[in-house]
Design a protein around this ligand. Sequence first.
Ligand SMILES: [Zn+2]
Length: 179
Amino acid sequence: MHYPDLEEYRLADPKSARYAFFEPATRNVGWLWREIPFEQGAVPAQVTRTLRDVIMMGALRRDVLQALYPSCTAPSDFRTHIVRGPALPCPLCGEEPVLDPGLALAWPTQVALGRSEYAIPNPGRTLLYIFPDLVLHDVEAHGYRPPADFLEALDGLDLCTGVVVNELRTRRRPKRRLL
Ligand SMILES: [Zn+2]
């Protein structure tokens, strides 16, 4: 499924239970698809690391998170959708990438990408960037460079404020458009 970067977030079927509205305005990031061209370029290592942390905080058990991030007493949860079926392979290369937390005793020992959706706020908290977890693979394996505003939001993100993004979900489309 392809959605252009920085368009308002939508899912294909508005009647589906997977359709979601969020109170801040929303922007899509990283919904890449097969032959459709995408931005390429370097992403700072620190920002990629934060993206990886965002995904791990959503995917791993709390006791594992405490081992990985001992100073973080309130890990945030940036997941918007958790797909419980099998992981979707990368639409660009067909691989089923996994994320290795790097802890020998952690369970699960690997996190399958292609299963979940995440959202992070911009620094002013006026909008949410919504992205699939495969973005990490797209950056690392395919040279994808997400929009600069998204990278800036990741760079300034505090992962330990206990934010639960799904609490920003609303049942109906907000009447006002914030942007
Ligand atoms: Zn790929």
